[in-house]
Design a protein around this ligand. Structure first.
Ligand code: ADP
Ligand code: MG
Ligand code: MG
Length: 253
């Protein structure tokens, strides 16, 4: 589904990603871990097509299509969901209206007519139930005055509604509380299927106690330096990131 080859990217002329390779197949959940500053969020931002991130080399294919050629909106229409794109506050636009617009844009892109109002409302109900999302939040303005936990819930609800092919969740290092971790994990576990894939970016192993990934990758100094299964996350937890830095730096020397 997603194929990243030899990806190099810079921010303000500083090379951050330095030859990153990653293959993600449908049905898989990949965790990306790594020390602070290794380029995890940069990877998410590059995939999202954020302006200040310049790709200098390499390719990113989504089902064979060059993702880097597409505008950020078109990446979303192709079925890429970046969780951190949405926690913006938009006063005056209800969650529901935002999602109706987003869904219909995706449908239009696929050559489908807008969703019937009744089908849309049924979908809202079904997904609210699936991710245990409070109906009151759905009708409020997008993220306005939401608590951290409510934003997370909303993010998972949006994910459920939009049903993307590939979801990338950057769970910022700055400390999600345990409730937020559970919300994210429960959402991902409900929504994972043979037709979609998840990339879960996290500094900490604890999220992976709730989401069991098929693969764990360690990003260090702009490249994936180790890949394994969930045991790799446990090993990291035990030995710490210094162990990775030392072994990788020694290999490079
Ligand atoms: P991680 O998410 O793994 O902690 P980041 O991708 O956030 O790492 O950052 C990797 C490096 O890129 C860091 O040295 C950081 O300072 C730099 N960086 C990331 N985004 C920007 C930006 N917008 N402007 C300048 N430097 C940035
Ligand atoms: Mg960081
Ligand atoms: Mg980060």
């Amino acid at each position: 589904m997603l194929s990243i080859r030899n990806l190099h990217a810079s921010v303000e002329d500083k090379a951050i990603l330095k030859g990153l390779d990653l293959e993600v197949k449908a049905g898989e959940v990949h965790a990306i871990m790594g020390p602070n500053g290794s380029g995890k969020s940069t990877l998410g931002n590059v995939l999202a097509g954020r302006e200040s991130y310049e790709v200098t080399e390499g390719e990113v294919l989504l089902d064979g299509k060059d993702l880097l050629d597409l505008a950020p909106e078109d990446r979303a229409r192709e079925g890429v969901f970046l969780a951190f794109q949405y926690p913006v506050e938009i006063p005056g636009v209800s969650n529901i209206n935002f999602l109706k617009t987003a869904l219909n844009e995706i449908r239009e892109y696929k050559g489908l007519p807008p969703m019937e109002a009744r089908d849309f409302l049924n979908r809202v109900k079904e997904k609210q139930k699936l991710v245990e999302f409070d109906a009151k939040l759905a009708n409020r303005s997008l993220n306005e005055g939401f608590s951290g936990g409510e934003k997370k819930r909303n993010e998972i609800f949006q994910l459920a509604m939009l049903d993307p092919k590939l979801a990338i969740l950057d769970e910022t290092d700055s400390g999600l509380d345990i409730d937020a971790l559970r919300i994210v994990a429960r959402g991902v576990n409900q929504l994972r299927s043979k037709d979609n894939a998840f990339i879960v970016i996290t500094h900490y192993q604890r999220l992976l106690e709730y989401i069991v990934p098929d693969f764990v990758h360690v990003l260090y100094n702009g490249r994936i330096v180790r890949s394994g299964t969930k045991e790799l996350a446990l090993e990291l937890e035990e030995k710490g990131y210094d162990w990775i830095k030392e072994t990788v730096d020694a290999e490079g020397a």
